[in-house]
Design a protein around this ligand. Structure first.
Ligand code: ING
Length: 311
């Protein structure tokens, strides 16, 4: 019996500084209803889907910074998402800024959760590849302070059984690193859900605008194919208080082909029926890890952090 899952990617348009959580949650609920009406049982939301992309701003007051974080999940503002998930039988991936206490100390992560069709949290991922910088860049048009506001995730790249599939998660910049997907690929992942907030401008080095979309799609298509997995990628897009974020939300098949993608930069749902066995032939042939990988030659990947020219 082929395993099929109707899934959705729910792109968010801009969230401005003035937009409170209740207004954003209202948009998320509407997107859930739209995904459900299209027959979806799983919907992927963006990274930091409850607030504006606040790492673009230089802040020094911790109370000001912590206004962007969730101290509990679900909390009063987000509980309606879990209630609707249960009512509709629609699971979701949600990205948000997590403020948590561990062993009496506060920790802050760029986090995503996997919620099943009963509205229960079955998985959590804390972003590992934090891009950008930690000190103020006075000449930059905006900041990218994820290294300042978040700690590196401490729970690795895991997978969970959900929606009759093996499901993994990552967040934004993680999608550019093949290690992200290969670690999940080595756990038999069949669906990787990810959210992203990708600025239209690269503050680190001027590059043509078209490369932002090209690199985004290149990363998710290549990693889908090289690990024989579906990839569901949801953008927060559009101009947030004038700062541009790319769209390009997409559902990518294990073949690397784009099965669905958004056209605009506002709230938009796209869906596809995932054949959860489609990646099997890729994992049995081209990317049969057991048969073809030669880990005896890969030592540098885990022993060396930066590149070193020794010739
Ligand atoms: N955003 C960007 C991304 O990886 C980034 C970070 C900015 C990468 C500029 C390259 C250039 O899509 C997040 N949130 O990781």
């Amino acid at each position: 019996m082929p395993r099929k899952l109707k899934a959705a990617v729910a792109q968010l348009g801009p969230i401005h500084l003035a937009d409170g959580r209740p207004a954003v949650v209202k948009r998320l609920l509407a997107l859930m209803r739209e995904a459900h009406a299209a027959g979806a049982r799983f919907v992927v939301f963006p990274e930091l889907a409850l607030t504006t992309f606040f790492p673009r701003y230089w802040m020094t007051d911790q109370n000001e910074i912590d206004r962007f974080f969730e101290r509990e999940m679900p909390g009063p503002d987000t509980q309606p998402l879990f209630d609707l998930a249960r009512e509709l039988g629609l699971g979701f991936y949600l990205g948000y800024a997590e403020l948590t206490q561990e062993k009496g100390e506060l920790h802050r992560y760029n986090t995503s959760i996997l919620v099943d069709a009963d509205g229960r949290i079955v998985g959590r991922y804390r972003k590992i590849h934090l891009p950008g910088h930690s000190e103020h860049l006075p000449d930059a048009p905006f900041q990218h302070l994820e290294k300042r506001y978040f700690e590196v995730g401490n729970e690795g790249f895991k997978v969970w059984r959900a929606f009759d599939a093996v499901v993994g998660m990552c967040i934004c910049n993680d999608r550019r690193w093949p290690e992200t997907f290969r670690v999940m690929g080595l756990q038999g992942v069949e669906i990787v859900a990810l959210g992203y907030n990708t600025p239209t401008e690269n503050i680190h080095h001027p590059e043509p605008l078209h490369l932002r979309m090209f690199h985004h799609l290149l990363a998710i298509q290549a990693n889908a194919y090289q690990n024989g997995t579906w990839v569901l990628a949801a953008a927060k897009a559009g101009k947030e208080d004038g700062f541009g974020l790319i769209g390009g939300s997409a559902i990518v098949a294990p073949t690397g082909e784009i099965a669905a993608r958004t056209l605009g930069e506002d709230d938009e749902v796209v869906t596809a029926t995932l054949d959860l066995d489609l990646g099997d032939y890729i994992k049995r042939t081209m990317f049969n890890f057991e048969k073809h990988r030669r880990i005896e030659h890969y030592r540098l990947i885990t022993e060396r952090t930066g590149a070193k020219v020794e010739v």
